[in-house]
Each structure stands twice: as C-alpha cells, then as structure tokens.
Write a protein that binds this ligand. Structure first.
Ligand code: ZN
Length: 580
C-alpha cells in the first residue's frame, strides 16, 4: 500500500493537461456479485481509474461528467425490438455476462449498461462541441450486433451513438479505431449501412474477414514494438474524420485472461499516446473496451493520463486504489462517529463502576453498532448491497468464543438475511499486535449455486463480490485501533486469492509458493482452480500439492517479509494442473 502524499505533490502541476472530459458514474460497476469469480472481470475498473485520475491530479475535478441513461428510442435506432425486449429478462443478461440468472438484478444491470451508452453519446456530443478529447470509463461494447448480444456486450454503445448523432444531423466521416484485442464483429454488423464510417482494428484473434473493417489479426503474444509498427500502418490508412471513437482495450496486456496479445503497460500507454497525437484536433471519444487482468484498470487509467496530459508517468506498482480511496474516506470520518467518546456522563461513570448495566456493546473496545453501520455506509458497501436487492441494514454485535462478532443483516423478500459476519480479536502475531480475523463470511442468499457458479469449498451461500471492500475496511479498522496488521488464515485457495491485493503470507517461502500457484493457474477460472487445489489435483514440481492454510497478513506499517525470499521460492517451484 502506498500513501498518495508525495505523488500528489509530484503530479500536482501537469504541464500539458488538456481540457478533457471524463464520463463516469459510480453505477458503472456491474451489480453482479459473481462476475469477478466466474468471468474474471474486475467490476471496479471504472472506479479505480476514476479515483486514480482524480487523486493524482491528471484530470481536474471539474472535468468529470455524469452520464444520463440512454433512451430506448436511441437504442432502437440500432437494435431489434426482440433483442431489447430480451434484456428485460435475467436469463438473457446472465448468458451475456456468464453468470447465473439468480445473480442478475435486471433493472440495476440495465441501469449500468444504459448509463455507459449514455456516457458514450454524451462524450461524443461534448467532443464535437469542444473538440477536446472525451473519455468514457465504461463502453466500447463492440461485439453487440443489431439483433444479437454477446461477449459481455448487451448493446453496442458506439453504433448507437453514431446512429443517434446521424439522426441529429451529423454529416461526414466517422472513424472507429478498435484497439481491443478482439475483432469488431458487432460494430461491423451494426454500421454496415452507414457509408461514411471507417472501422480500423488490430486484434490478437483471427475471426476471419469482417465487412467494412480494416482488420489486422496479429500473431499471439505480439509485443510492444511489433504492435506499434502495425498501429502506425493502420493509422496511415485512417481517413481524417469528423469524429473518432477509440476503443483502447485493456485486454491487449500480456497475461490477460481472454486477450492473446503481449503488450506491457508501457506499450499500451505508447499506443494511446501515438493515437492521441494522430487525432490531435479531431473530436475523439475514448472507451475502455475489454480488459480481464489485475492490470486492466491501470491500462484504463493510463489511457486517461495519455489523453488528458500526454503523460508517460507510471502508476506505482504497489499503489492500491481501494486502500488509497478508503484512507481518504477514513480521514473524513471522525472517531466520534464510530464510537462513544468525549466527556463521561454520570450514567457512563455509573456503568463503569458497575452500578448501572452497560447499554452499549463496543467491539474491540471502540466500535458501536451505529458506528459500524455508519462505516459500511460511508465506504459505499450498503450502496452495493442495495443494488443486489437488500434494504434496511442493521449491525449486531456480540461475543463469540475468543473473539467478538459483528453481523450485518439486511432485508429482501420480506425476510431478514445475514449478509456479513466477522469474528475479530486483538492478538499478537510475530511480535506485532494485530487485528485477528477468526471468521469472515460474505453471503448473498438471494443468489443460488449452479453450474455457472458452483459452491466453493467452505461456502454456504454464494458470495457478495465485496471481499476487497471488506478486507480494506478491516485494515482501516486496525489502523484506527493502532494495530500493526490484519491477519487471517485462508482455509482455501479462493479466499487467499480474493485477499491477495492487500494480504501476504507471514512466512515468505509460503508467500513465494502462493505467488507461483497464482502465476501457474492464471489461465484457469477461479472456481475451477480452487476446486482443483482442494481436491489435490494440482501438482507442485510433479507431486500432489495440499493447500497450506497458513496465516496471511496485511501489514499496515512496514512488512517484515523479505521480498528476496519470496521471489526465490516463487521462481523455484512450478505448479501444474491437467484440466483433462
Ligand atoms: Zn476484447
């Protein structure tokens, strides 16, 4: 984790900052609790990029714009009524996003999709007016055809924006530069009848020729230099348009789950800088397209830095956007909102003396139930739970064995459900006073297990997709209490995997083996990987490997773990898994 202080000072004066607009809404996050586990998508990508661009100073706070949901009238300019009608059913949306239908709150998902389309249209209108580039942090749904949705694309935001602007009188050439790692099949189908559209594309997969598209299929693993050459060639064939759309796909990065190219973050930034220079003076809309790796948000934030400030500045590798964000929220929370402090009243003195029974239970001697509820609200967790269909939240505190238990309950369907349960204790680990998490369960009882979303080891209900938020909140709690770390024992691979951004194993060799396991299972979906590890089907250096449920810590001051030792073990061991 890294504080933002020095960085902000360093980036405070952006010499070349342009007057870009950045289109973003917190509802850009897809409210699909299983999508991270099943499809390997980071639903917080737009949030992370927006937080970084704002906090680093790359984009002025006044540059952010909130989109309106696109109208069905505009969607119908491109899409068949049957398709649009089908998007009102959970089964159709579940198939598009590869999740279980029970995990689809239809109205909320369509709000996200329609806001993204509204962002693309709004960005296009603004850039036509100002001629300054506009970045929409969700969009580039290039696989959706007029009557067929597909590949995470329910509708085609770019085609809808073009058709709407045409209806409003836009004339002249529109260029679409599709630099996502996959071919623009939906764009090609949607825009077949517009003679003044040019589609240019570089892909890492060959899906055959597409009508109306200048498509180059690059070999698998194409790296920065060869990509740059192909891009320069493509740009030389691009007409100088009246309006340009750039799909700056994050799935061009090496290690992406679905994209087959091999760019580095630097290479992706150079791509964006080259295109931005070429489009200087041309109204342009920039879109993220796909991106299915831990690094995808960095590619998108990098696009923002390239477009807004022509910057080659790297985002620090250790920077964790959620920790930085929560630290800012936490700084704005006063301790009195979390606990009862201040002058003691006569009643409290009587309670302390045991004359009067205590009214309040304090978790870890500090947090009241009201304080916990307020923190869940301020960190945005109740917002997400509401989008998943829950209401009327309350916190309950009690003792549980060695620890103290926090439970968050919420209502749905006329019933109260347990959503979050944690059992916490102050304890000493490796000589450090830590917040020890005996038990943590995040439950989405409205969703059900299925073939798409099988039960993970240790789960009694599907998860909420909020492990990263809750882990970061626990870290803020430990900091507030003056503790040095949050520690827990991951009983399964998937729990360690979900915690890996902020936690590391206390034992460096164990951490090295874990990093090797994550590296060697990168191509395997998380659900399959965790079951394979639990069932002993993964081998380490040829021998069956049994999961080691050792302690993991999120160190809040300095990590006592020696990176050299981690790296040695990581490079020493190899894991194999035969999927057959
Ligand atoms: Zn893609």
């Amino acid at each position: 984790m890294l504080g933002l202080g020095p960085l902000v000072t360093r980036l405070a004066s952006w010499l070349h900052r342009r007057d870009v607009s950045v289109w973003y809404d917190r509802l850009y996050r897809l409210p699909l609790s299983g999508i991270e586990a099943t499809a390997g998508i980071e639903p917080r990508r737009a949030d992370f990029a927006a937080w970084w661009l704002g906090a680093s100073g790359a984009v002025a706070s006044g540059a952010f714009r909130r989109p309106h949901r696109i109208s069905y009238e505009n969607l119908a300019r491109v899409h068949a009524p049957e398709l649009l009608e089908s998007l009102g059913r959970p089964e159709a949306l579940a198939a598009i996003f590869s999740v279980d239908p029970s995990d689809v709150p239809v109205d909320e998902v369509m709000t996200t999709v329609r806001l993204a389309c509204g962002g693309t249209l709004g960005a296009a209108r603004e850039t036509l007016h100002t001629r300054a580039p506009a970045l929409n942090l969700l969009g580039g749904f290039h696989h959706a055809a007029p009557a067929v949705a597909g590949g995470l694309c329910p509708v085609n935001d770019v085609a809808v924006a073009v058709a709407t602007l045409r209806a409003e009188g836009l004339r002249g050439e529109v260029a679409i530069l599709d630099l996502d790692a996959h071919p623009p099949d939906g764009l090609s189908a949607c825009l077949a009848d517009d003679p003044d559209v040019w589609i240019g594309s570089l892909s890492g997969s060959d899906w055959g020729p597409l009508p109306r598209a200048d498509e180059t299929a690059l070999p698998e693993g194409t790296a920065d230099d060869a990509y740059q050459d192909a891009l320069a060639a493509l740009l030389s064939r691009m007409p100088r348009p009246r309006l340009a759309f750039v799909i700056a796909g994050g799935d061009v990065l090496a290690g992406d789950r679905f994209g087959k190219l091999g760019l580095t973050l630097r290479g992706a930034r150079d791509r964006d800088l080259l295109v931005a220079a070429e489009l200087d003076g041309v109204p342009s809309v920039w879109l993220p397209g796909g991106g299915y790796s831990d690094q995808a948000w960095r590619a998108l934030a990098g696009t923002g830095m390239a477009v807004a400030a022509a910057s080659r500045e790297e985002i620090p590798a250790r920077y964790d956007p959620m920790s930085a964000r929560f630290a800012r929220v936490s700084a704005a929370l006063s301790p009195t909102e979390l606990t009862e402090t201040g002058d003691l009243t006569a009643e409290e003195i009587e309670e302390d003396l045991g004359i009067r029974p205590r009214r309040q239970r304090l978790v870890l001697g500090f947090y009241t139930a009201a304080g916990i509820e307020h923190a869940f609200y301020r960190y945005g967790v109740f917002d997400h739970l509401e989008r998943l269909g829950y209401r009327q939240f309350r916190a309950e505190l009690d003792a549980q064995g060695a620890g103290e238990r926090i439970r968050i309950l919420g209502q749905a369907g006329g019933q109260e459900h347990l959503l979050v349960e944690a059992v916490l204790e102050r304890r000493s680990v490796a000589g450090v006073d830590v917040l020890y998490v005996h038990w943590l369960s995040l439950r989405n009882p409205r969703a059900s297990f299925s073939d798409v979303r099988p039960r993970l080891p240790g789960q009694e209900a599907p998860g909420l997709g909020l492990a990263r938020e809750i882990g970061t909140m626990l870290a803020r709690m430990a900091i507030r209490l003056g503790l040095g770390a949050v520690v827990f024992r991951p009983a399964h691979y998937h729990t360690a995997y979900a915690a890996r951004h902020a936690f590391e194993f206390v034992d460096p060799a164990r951490q090295g083996r874990f990093e090797a396991l994550v590296r060697d299972l990168a191509g395997v979906p998380l659900l399959e990987a965790t079951i394979a590890v639990a069932e002993g089907k993964v081998r380490m250096d040829g021998a069956p490997y049994a999961w080691e449920a050792d302690e993991m810590a999120s160190w809040l001051r300095e990590s006592p773990v020696e990176p050299g030792e981690v790296e040695r073990e990581r490079e020493r061991v190899r894991f194999t898994y035969d999927r057959g």
